[in-house]
Design a protein around this ligand. Structure first.
Ligand SMILES: NC(=O)c1ccc[n+]([C@@H]2O[C@H](COP(=O)([O-])OP(=O)(O)OC[C@H]3O[C@@H](n4cnc5c(N)ncnc54)[C@H](OP(=O)(O)O)[C@@H]3O)[C@@H](O)[C@H]2O)c1
Length: 429
């Protein structure tokens, strides 16, 4: 074993970084044996230097992250600061100064992964980011390496623990969205500002990363259609139950049937209780991958939290250090297919639509005609009436999203339709 240590700079020492530092220290001997050389924490960049950081030599702490990555003797930079800047500049500067990079930064990879990949390639360094999607769950490496000989057609996943906790609570206890969010906040599953989670931004960033890797093309955050879960009601949950379904916030990346384009989207969807993703409870994550030769694969586990995320970061650290010793690099960007990302209107799926209508003769026929005129075929239709008003629940066969949007627009114009209470896609069948 080499005795000269590989030097690691840690950028960020918060929820994830502090766990990375702890595991690097407590498992130092095992890590050295697995890598073939000891790894030494050479510096830790933070924002607030006076904060007490247990187990970390105060002499290693710095607020000058730029100087740390420019030192020239750093082998690996671990970026767990988050956000776009200064993370992006720090990562590209690290590559320029001889380091490979391990990052957990989904926002940056989804926004501008191409710049990072290009800088890594230009300087002959590694860029690893297993922790950026679904925390501890090995997913990036299986897609990038284990399935590199197969053709992935679909990735369907629960990739945000906060929203899964909220939906699971709504499903199991019948509570509304606000009460479930309050409970998630009280238990530490939701942040004080939950926007990134509940509006689907976090899941959309992960969908962009997964689609890019799965389909060997470039997919950016802006390419991902996104709807959060704030509009999901207790009534939607009850309706899903009646259909033998539950509601999940899904990230769905698909290759078109003709193979000429891809789609990536995040939105709440009903899935059958028999689908493996329906049984993913609380804040767990799971990703279902469909590949041509492999068939269906499911990856399941804790998708966030300091220690699970640090596990993924440490796995990358070992891989990058091994590459460094072998004077090699791991896989870089694979975007050779350059498939276009189609708009949401081209996505074909099923829909559950709940309408408030007047309870009088002819309404059903009127509604059915609007669906037919837009080429959306009805699978089931259920009506409940009371005091001159009625609710109508329509479940369609598969239709393009654009056709469904046109249908809903036309339904809203009917005098007998008082309102469109909810529209939800039905997936996983
Ligand atoms: N938390 C999770 O469960 C999880 C899961 C998967 C991926 N991730 C990703 O991991 C990354 C880190 O997340 P986190 O939850 O650990 O964040 P966090 O707890 O907010 O920690 C961020 C760290 O970065 C430091 N920092 C912020 N701005 C800095 C700057 N300009 N220069 C130097 N240091 C700076 C902070 O310093 P101070 O300590 O002085 O404030 C803090 O130590 C993010 O990209 C996130 O998306 C997190």
């Amino acid at each position: 074993m080499r005795t000269r240590p590989l030097k690691v700079a840690l950028l960020g020492c918060g929820v994830v970084g502090s766990e990375v530092a702890r595991i690097m220290t407590t498992h130092a001997d095992d890590l050295a044996a697995r890598i073939g050389a000891p790894v030494e924490l050479a510096g830790v960049a933070v924002r607030r230097p006076s904060k007490v950081r247990e187990g970390i030599d105060p002499a290693l702490i710095t607020t000058d992250a730029t100087a740390l990555v420019k030192r020239g003797d750093i082998d690996v930079v671990i970026e767990v600061i988050g956000g776009i800047e200064p993370a992006r500049t720090l990562i590209t500067t690290a590559f320029e100064h001889g380091a490979s990079v391990v990052s957990a930064n989904k926002a940056l990879l989804a926004e501008d992964g191409a710049t990072l990949y290009a800088a890594a390639e230009q300087h002959g360094r590694d860029l690893y980011f297993e922790a950026a999607v679904a925390g501890a769950i090995p997913l990036i490496r299986p897609l990038r390496e284990s399935l590199a000989g197969d053709k992935v057609n679909r990735v369907l996943g629960i990739v945000n623990g906060t929203t899964n906790f909220i939906l699971d609570k709504m499903d199991s206890s019948g509570t509304g969205y606000s009460e479930a969010l309050d409970e998630a906040t009280a238990l530490g599953y939701a942040e004080a500002d939950p926007t990134a989670d509940v509006e689907g931004f976090d899941a959309a960033a992960k969908a962009a990363i997964l689609a890019g890797i799965a389909f060997h093309t470039r997919v950016r955050l802006d390419d991902v259609y996104r709807e959060g879960l704030t509009e999901v009601t207790a009534a939607d949950m009850a309706s899903a139950r009646r259909m033998g379904c539950t509601v999940k916030l899904l990230a769905i990346c698909e290759r078109a049937a003709d193979g000429q384009s891809v789609t990536a989207r995040v939105h709440p969807a009903m899935i059958p209780l028999s689908h493996p993703l329906a049984s993913v409870r609380e804040a767990y994550n799971a990703v279902f991958v469909e590949a041509e030769a492999a068939g269906q694969l499911m990856f399941y586990g804790p998708g966030a939290g300091g220690s699970p995320t640090a596990s993924a970061v440490l796995g990358d650290l070992v891989a990058v250090c091994r590459n460094k010793l072998a004077e090699a690099t791991g896989p870089g960007e694979s975007a050779y297919t350059q498939l276009p990302v189609s708009p949401m209107g081209d996505v074909v799926t099923r829909y559950h639509i709940s309408l408030d209508v007047a309870d009088k003769p002819g309404v059903l026929a009127q509604v059915a005609t609007v669906f037919a005129e837009h080429g959306v075929s009805i699978d089931t239709l259920r009506q409940q009436g009371k005091d001159g008003e009625a609710s109508l629940v329509v479940v369609t066969h598969r239709a393009p999203d654009a056709a469904l949007s046109g249908t809903v627009e036309a339904l809203r114009k009917l005098d007998t339709v008082r309102g469109v209470a909810s529209i939800m896609r039905v997936e996983g069948e």
